[in-house]
Design a protein around this ligand. Structure first.
Ligand code: PXP
Length: 399
């Protein structure tokens, strides 16, 4: 077994660190029983890894690490390419020592070469995290607990897609006709790979009606997510119907669509009591919130299990600078939410054009998308429109 380290650009890492990484990787490979095979580690910058992402994976952004499987019969296990720039930035952002973070990326890449894939199958992420933690415990640089906690916390989740079929009902209501039926759309969305179906029962019933929610609940094989305002009649309806999840949203009758996350200041008691009622009926509860630390901390006091981060501002950003700023807010909020113990979802305004960078945020487990999918379905059909969105989500996660 041999390890070859290449520094693609001068001065990215020091000689000493280079040596350390070499010997620790070699020991880890021996521990993993990788014999008679070569592993090449390439340390590069953001620009190069972005080019590689573009060339080999069709992705338009830099990632921290990429693995390229080699030809085992020719004695090459593969190559792991790491962006030192990104590693530095992320280590700082996660408050983790740079050396440990870099080593974590090396181990992550090597586990990929050995066939681990955190995106494939239900148990694969746990196995990958377990192995990463084991390697860091044995071969990490000091402060091992800190990085092991970090690795465990990140748990690599496959990205799920919940499809909102409200706007199929919008077309129906434009004519007050019995078609198109959101029930049909829900079934086709599932056939296209949706992991859940979302409907928003608005106070004015402008699109989805009780009848739609009831039939969809009976007919689908995945899960029903009911969006609604905190209102007595809707709480009663949900308690009786028992959807898999209720997402509580703010609602103004005059709005065209949900305009932002819930305000929790001064409302914690009211929301907490709604969460309690829904949980008692066996329903998981999500709160639709702006990506903001203060509101997330208040949300913790309500007892909700999930938060859905509002991506509308990101989606509507008019300049690249604004978009990147909002993306950063989403990344930070996703991490805070996960640390607070929430399951993290995101949605609103997500489209085929803007989903990539948001779908690459590892803490976000599920995306709730409606308008763009229903719009595309008019031309390519519901099944295909869902299939395309799902594959963009998975691609952003490296699948
Ligand atoms: N999430 C929530 C809480 C929403 O209210 C909506 C819109 O109903 C969505 C996601 C989906 O937004 P879009 O239709 O823009 O994809």
């Amino acid at each position: 077994m041999s390890v070859v380290l290449i520094q693609d650009k001068e001065g990215l890492i020091s000689e000493d660190l280079f040596e350390e990484l070499y010997s620790r990787t070699k020991k880890a490979l021996r521990f993993l029983k990788v014999r008679k095979k070569e592993v090449i580690l390439v340390f590069t910058d953001d620009e190069t890894i972005k080019d590689l992402n573009q060339k080999f994976l069709g992705r338009d952004f830099p990632t921290n690490v990429l693995s390229f499987a080699g030809e085992p019969s020719a004695g090459l296990l593969g190559e792991v390419v790491i962006s030192v720039e990104r590693a530095k930035e992320e280590a700082e952002r996660y408050s983790i020592g740079f050396k440990n973070y870099l080593l974590m990326l090396v181990f992550h890449g090597i586990l990929h070469l050995l066939g681990h894939d955190h995106e494939k199958g239900e148990w694969a992420p746990y196995l990958m995290v377990k192995n990463e933690a084991k390697l860091l415990k044995k071969f990490g640089f000091g402060k091992k607990d800190e990085i092991i906690n970090f690795v465990k916390r990140r748990e690599y989740m496959p990205g799920k897609l919940a499809v909102n079929v409200d706007h199929v009902a919008t077309v129906r209501e434009a004519r007050k006709a019995p078609y198109p039926d959101p029930v049909h759309a829900a079934v086709l969305a599932e056939l296209g790979g949706a992991d859940g179906i979302v409907v928003h029962l608005r106070l004015d019933r402008r699109h989805i009606k009780e009848r739609d929610v009831k039939i969809i609940k009976d007919i689908i094989k995945t899960k029903l997510i009911l969006e609604m305002a905190v209102e007595e009649e809707l709480l009663k309806f949900a308690e009786e119907l028992k959807p898999y999840q209720v997402t509580l949203v703010p609602e103004r009758v005059e709005e065209v669509t949900t305009e932002g996350g819930m305000e929790l200041e001064g409302r914690v008691k009211e929301v907490k009591s709604a969460v309690k009622r829904l949980n008692s009926a066996g329903i998981k509860v999500s709160l639709f919130l702006n990506p903001d630390e203060k509101v997330l901390k208040l949300a913790k006091k309500t007892g909700a299990q999930v938060v859905e981060l509002h991506t509308g501002i990101y989606a509507e950003a008019e300049t690249e600078e604004e978009r990147l700023k909002e993306l950063e807010r989403l990344e930070v909020a996703a991490r805070i939410a996960k640390d607070l113990g929430f399951e993290v979802h995101a949605g609103h305004g997500l489209s085929y054009e803007n989903i990539g960078p948001v779908a690459a945020i590892p803490e976000i487990e599920e995306f709730s998308i409606g308008h763009s999918i229903v719009s595309r379905a008019i031309f390519v059909g519901m099944k295909e429109a869902v299939r395309e969105m799902k594959s963009l989500i998975l691609r952003a996660r490296g699948v």
